[in-house]
Design a protein around this ligand. Structure first.
Ligand SMILES: *Cc1c(COP(=O)(O)O)cnc(C)c1O
Length: 397
């Protein structure tokens, strides 16, 4: 399939003002993103607000297109890592509250007011700093207080949370808008996750002056909602990976949530050639052929986001069949064994690194395992040389 006819090329691609056909690209199905969102929302109680986590260029899917589609599809809020990402969302559409999940540096503070953003506050020092800033601007600032229940990253350690609540109470210009925590092992350890929930709720219940009905109380990331208790105090979830169709933990609520992966990573065969038994392959000569072979040189390498650990280990799809990677992955090219294909591979043939070809599929999880990493990192590691192309609403109905 020629992607340029079915998909609209991203406008975020730099140095490519031409119509030169693509040799390595990521195909993103925005209609599937919308279906995933609707499916997740349908499985959560109505009162639960959906905070779409779109940090790191929407997990590599492209901030512009992903956020625009999520706005249209009905998310309640967005969460990003920093103020630059938040400012990008403001350029796409107004009206959606945006939470900045990372810490706000002192020299970034004024932009919270300029772009109307909600910072995460973890320390008393931050309350004092931001309160002074808000006072200077003459404008109250909404903020979310974060409690560390076992992640050991942002948030105040739960045993010391009372002091931070006190600081909020005294800060006239800071308006407590929400309280949250983050799970450390929601995809691996449901017991620890339940323990984190327990101490999070205890930390909140100790504070008698909180207007709980007016606050956003949230903890759940994608895997978190496997232990979600619908009757609980939570009224929002923060979903990243699952909306892109990747399931971090296939039990409980995921059994009903139907999602499909929206991301495919593709390239093309450059040349096909014959090599004799005994020939060596790629840098370092880590592979010596043990038979007369037909190899395909694929037009993508680690410069595109094909991880080096896939050397002699990963597979790709060509002509709907799995073909093993031979030798080391190089910056721009990857060598693949096509000897066993019934239908011979040819220059220009589509190659799938992640995604589907006919009934064959390489899932992101399998690709990530070959690379000794996690799905989140793979999505963030497809480089900016790789254009993101989008299935539009019109084309998929
Ligand atoms: C990234 C992130 C999320 C989303 O996590 P997923 O596992 O991708 O759903 C939620 N909350 C915080 C604080 C995050 O950093």
């Amino acid at each position: 399939m020629d992607p340029s006819s079915t998909y609209r090329r991203s406008n975020r691609v730099v140095n490519d003002p031409t119509n030169i056909p693509l040799r390595c690209w990521a195909e993103i199905d925005l209609a599937a993103l919308e279906r995933n969102l609707i499916s997740i929302q349908a499985n959560l109680p109505d009162r639960i607000k959906y905070i779409a986590v779109v940090k790191a260029d929407a997990y590599g899917h492209g901030m512009q297109q992903t956020v625009a589609r999520l706005m249209q599809a009905g998310v309640d809020m967005f969460a990003v890592a920093n103020i630059v990402e938040a400012a990008n969302i403001r350029e796409i559409g107004t009206g959606w509250p945006i939470i900045v999940l990372g810490a706000t540096l002192e020299n970034e503070e004024s932009f919270l007011f300029e772009y109307d953003l909600i910072p995460t506050i973890s320390t008393i020092e931050e309350v004092i700093r931001l309160n002074a800033k808000a006072k200077a601007f003459g404008k109250p600032l909404k903020a979310h207080l974060k409690i560390d229940t076992g992640m050991g990253r942002l948030g105040i350690w739960h045993e010391y949370a009372d002091e931070l609540f006190d600081a909020f109470k005294q800060a006239e210009f800071i308006q407590l808008d929400g309280i949250y925590t983050h799970f450390a092992a929601a995809d691996q350890d449901p017991d620890f996750t339940r323990y984190q929930r327990k101490i999070f709720l205890e930390s909140i219940k100790r504070i008698d002056w909180l207007p709980l009905n007016e606050l956003l109380i949230h903890a759940d990331n994608s895997a978190g909602i496997t232990t979600f208790a619908p009757e609980s105090v939570y009224n929002a979830v923060r979903i990243g990976l699952l909306q892109f169709g990747i399931r971090p933990y296939p039990t409980s609520i995921f059994a009903q949530v139907e999602t499909t992966p929206i991301f495919q990573f593709k390239s093309r065969v450059g040349i096909v050639k014959n090599l004799p038994n005994g020939a060596s392959i790629s840098y370092g000569r880590t592979r010596i052929l043990e038979r007369d072979s037909k190899i395909a040189i694929v037009c993508a390498g680690y410069g595109d986001g094909v991880p080096l650990p896939l050397s002699n280990r990963g597979e790709v799809l060509i002509k709907g069949k799995r073909c093993p990677i031979l030798g080391r992955v190089t910056m721009d090219q990857t060598i693949v064994d096509v000897t066993d294909l019934e239908e011979p591979a040819q220059s220009g043939d589509p190659v799938t690194f992640i995604g589907r070809q006919g009934i064959a599929e390489i899932e992101l999880k399998e690709f990530s395992d070959w690379a000794n990493t996690i799905s989140w990192e793979v999505l963030c590691s497809v480089t900016k040389r790789v254009p993101r192309v989008y299935r539009t609403a019109i084309q998929t109905g």
